[in-house]
Design a protein around this ligand. Structure first.
Ligand code: CTP
Ligand SMILES: C[C@](O)(CO)[C@H](O)COP(=O)(O)O
Length: 249
């Protein structure tokens, strides 16, 4: 039985604001997607890779990955969709029946360490069907009431003002990272059930585990890692570059 990793790399990186799609932006000379692919390979926990590429860049992405001596597992590049959820679904459609475990990882998290990748995959192999990494949050998190909905008995709020609806106990909150690993059949079922949401950012699931939760199935959490942080803005990019230099690479 084997493990497939779907590496999502089809995003544009609009919040990063560089000239290239985010996954192709070089970090210390190597595109983000290659950092992530090398770490997945180095973990020894992954047997094959499916990488999602922005429309029109499938062959560019293939060139980046197929000639890298450190990516020693078979790689297939597919065109992604309009949302992350639809891109993962495109990758998942390439999973073969003999692949019992599927790992979903973001190229936008290029430094996820091999030990953390193994931790997530091994927990699935040990019988937990959906496993995600999480880290404690440092801020107090508030839930605000949905905007644009008139709340009975309350005056309309001016632009730029939200009403706080709740304060979840911080000790129970975790910020969730990738890679997330799943029993393949469960992930296929979760994506099939949630497929109607995948078309737009407004409705799409922001991670794969939430599609599994929507089925009413358990999702389990293991310890994440600061190095698995997501590159969203330019500030994240320069911070992660500093982490990489400190890490001696
Ligand atoms: N249609 C999409 C959108 C995102 N992704 C991937 O999903 C991961 C997380 O997405 P995000 O950080 O939001 O990347 P972008 O969509 O590129 O960023 P932005 O929203 O700033 O444009 C990234 O590795 C990205 O390449 C994808 O494969 N397909
Ligand atoms: C999947 C994810 O990385 C978990 O934290 C995150 O939800 C992706 O969000 P994005 O807005 O697509 O970057």
């Amino acid at each position: 039985m084997t493990t497939l990793a779907i590496l999502t790399a089809a995003g544009s990186g609009s919040r990063l604001g560089f000239d290239l799609p985010k996954a192709l932006v070089p970090l210390r000379g190597l595109p983000l997607v290659l950092h992530a692919a090398r770490r997945l390979t180095a973990s020894g926990a992954v047997d094959a890779l499916v990488v999602t590429a922005p429309n029109g860049l499938v062959s560019v992405m293939s060139d980046v990955l197929e000639h890298d001596p450190h990516v020693s597992v078979p790689v297939v590049v597919v065109a992604g969709g309009p949302t992350r959820q639809s891109s993962v679904a495109a990758g998942l459609s390439r999973a073969r029946a003999d692949m019992d475990t599927v790992v979903v990882h973001d190229a936008a998290r290029p430094l996820a360490p091999a030990a953390m990748i193994r931790r997530v995959v091994e927990t699935v192999k040990a019988g937990h069907q959906a496993v995600i990494p999480g880290v404690p949050v440092v801020d107090t998190i508030k839930v605000v009431a949905p905007r644009g909905q008139v709340e009975a008995g309350r005056p309309a709020l001016p632009e730029g003002v939200d009403r706080v609806a709740a304060t979840p106990a911080r000790t129970l909150l975790r910020a969730v990272q990738t890679p997330q690993a799943f029993d393949r059949a469960l992930l296929v079922r979760a994506h099939a059930a949630g497929a109607a949401r995948a078309r737009t950012e407004a409705t799409a699931a922001t991670d794969d585990a939430s599609l599994v939760e929507a089925l009413g199935e358990d999702v389990f959490m293991v310890e994440g890692d600061e190095l698995a942080m997501k590159v969203t803005t330019a500030r994240d990019f320069y911070y992660i570059e500093k982490l990489l230099i400190e890490d001696g690479r």
